[in-house]
Design a protein around this ligand. Structure first.
Ligand code: FAD
Ligand code: UDP
Length: 379
């Protein structure tokens, strides 16, 4: 073995694929019973509808290198993501655009009229000197829209009042003075034609790659554990960085999600793939309906799969999903970064290994850079 990769998410698989294609023997271990990390998806058995087990995953990128690389393993559909928000029993388009503004204010403003109105409603706070998320939000979109679509949704997601959250979380809230309600601005967007798992399996499908599932790097009863491999084989580690160092500098904060999946005896539950729920009166943040991600597929017309999503702080035994990133977390992270730099023979990557929110295209892009800059030629 020339390289051990801990974690079979997009980061780990990209490293493994590059190394294997360069003629290196790679073993990938994952503690889960499936490949692919959080991008894993599977067919719901009763309906055959593809469900993203760890929450809806939409692929989008403006990075040509990543797009070309991804297309080696899968084709993409022409799916364009759009999100709607249910506020007090009425459905509005997101991100906030001229359609949202005109519906909310029961008006027919032109782009310039809407701009002038929002500027007037946003005058209460200055964007540059905003002290917290609430002030920043109001300074960008005005108080009425902020209170309707952002305040309660954000506090449900973070379990923290918006006046106590850092302003950077919404550093740029998109507001469009057109009726364009595409959720993403990227050049390329789509879903893998045969599903995420087929894409991920294709990346791992190389004679030089061996994948071992149900294998935890910290489990000393399995031969490729941390202590056993130390100094013997180069390691790319994509698990949580605090766990690697046995929480020596304390635990980093994460949010986790709870998903409640249901099969319903109707052909179509909500007419779209993602419906956000803006208000605090509803405990979940959004409902996903997976059939709408693939309108081109031949799914049953009398059944559908939906998933309610709830958000909360993660405990140690929960799946870590989103870095909370409080000032204390950032201080701890700096200490962990110093430790990672001293750890010879081990490179830390991916969302968990760097304590960073990375979209799939970012995880792939940063793995390609790690391969090019730190691994190619050294293995
Ligand atoms: P992961 O996918 O988390 O993979 C890490 C792997 O390491 C896991 O399989 C884990 O089991 C394994 N591991 C951890 N510890 C150990 C250990 N001790 N031993 C062995 N294995 C271990 N991105 C988008 O581009 N679009 C989206 O719409 C989108 N939606 C998302 C929604 C949610 C709810 C979440 C959580 C993420 C979303 N993402 C989205 C981000 C996407 O999931 C990540 O970019 C991608 O998963 C990053 O891959 P990774 O390899 O860094 O990490
Ligand atoms: N957001 C919001 N209302 C919405 C959707 C998003 O206030 O209806 C805010 C919220 O603070 C959230 C952030 O925008 O944390 C990013 O939302 P997005 O849906 O892009 O992120 P995801 O949760 O899918 O990563």
């Amino acid at each position: 073995m020339d390289l051990l990769v801990v974690g079979s998410g997009f980061f780990g698989l990209t490293i493994a694929e590059r190394a294997a294609s360069a003629g290196k023997k790679v073993v990938v271990i994952d503690r889960r019973n499936h490949i692919g990390g959080n991008a894993y998806s599977e067919a719901e058995p009763e309906t055959g509808i593809e469900v993203h087990r760890y929450g809806a995953h939409l692929f989008h990128t403006s990075n040509e290198t990543v797009w070309e690389y991804a297309n080696r393993f899968t084709e993409f559909t022409s799916y364009v993501h759009k999100v709607y928000s249910n506020f007090k029993g009425e459905v509005y388009p997101l991100p906030i655009n001229l359609g949202t503004i005109n519906q909310f204010f029961r008006s027919a403003y032109s782009p310039d009229e809407a701009r002038a109105l929002i500027a007037e409603q946003a005058g209460e706070f200055d964007t540059k000197s905003a002290q917290n998320l609430e002030e920043k939000g109001i300074s960008l979109i005005g108080r009425p829209l902020y209170e309707a679509f952002i305040r309660d949704y954000t506090s449900k997601q973070w379990q923290t009042p918006t006046t106590e959250l850092p302003a950077e979380i919404i550093s740029r809230l998109p507001v469009r003075y057109t009726y364009d309600n595409r959720y993403f601005n990227d050049t390329h967007e789509g879903l893998p034609v045969n599903g995420y798992t087929a894409w991920l399996e294709k990346m791992a499908d190389h004679p030089n790659i061996e994948v071992r599932l149900n294998t935890d790097f910290f489990d000393e009863s399995q031969p490729l554990n941390k202590a056993a491999v130390a100094g013997k084989v180069p390691v790319v580690y994509t698990g949580p960085v605090d766990r690697y160092f046995d929480y020596a500098e304390g635990e980093l904060g994460w949010r986790t999600l709870d998903f409640e999946q249901q099969v319903l005896p109707v052909g179509d539950f909500q007419g779209t793939s993602v419906m956000n729920y803006a208000g605090e009166d509803v405990p979940y943040t959004r409902i996903h309906e997976f059939r709408h991600f693939h309108p081109e597929r031949d799914y049953p017309t009398d059944k559908t799969v939906i998933m309610h999503e709830y958000s909360r702080f993660a405990k140690r035994e929960d799946e870590p999903y989103y870095p909370v990133n409080t000032p204390e977390d950032r201080e701890r992270l700096l200490k962990y970064r110093a430790l990672t730099e001293q750890e010879s023979g081990v490179l830390f990557g991916g969302r968990l290994g760097t304590y960073q929110y990375l979209d799939m295209h970012m995880a792939i892009g940063s793995a390609l850079s790690m391969w090019n800059n730190k691994l190619e030629g050294t293995l």
